[in-house]
Design a protein around this ligand. Sequence first.
Ligand code: 5GP
Ligand code: ZN
Length: 111
Amino acid sequence: CIFCKIAAGHIPAKIVYEDDLIVGFEDINPQGPVHVLMIPREHVGNVASVEPAGAELVGKLVLAGAEVARDEGIEETGYRLVLNVGPHAGESVPHLHLHVIGGRQMAWPPG
Ligand code: 5GP
Ligand code: ZN
């Protein structure tokens, strides 16, 4: 899994956040001036596969995403936290990842 390799440092990535459970790194194809992916270090599938015992991890992923947004200076202007699940959402990597996107005005609803 490509994100397991990034978490292990086997594939280079621009890391912007690290703690014991979570790594945050810049998306290779950014959709805004700020686009960071927050992932658990351990391989976890998308949020549809997370067991109730994983609720704390998912919560920490979201809060770490908010911390990155603060650090990146987009807390005031706003940002989007996104979990893509399955084909209609365009999920392309099967390792749980939270997108933190901001630094520009975004449309709602998404395309
Ligand atoms: P998804 O579409 O699954 O929600 O998001 C996957 C994201 O991972 C995409 O935004 C894509 O640009 C990013 N991505 C895929 N491969 C790599 C990679 O090797 N390095 C980095 N930094 N991002 C990647
Ligand atoms: Zn993985």
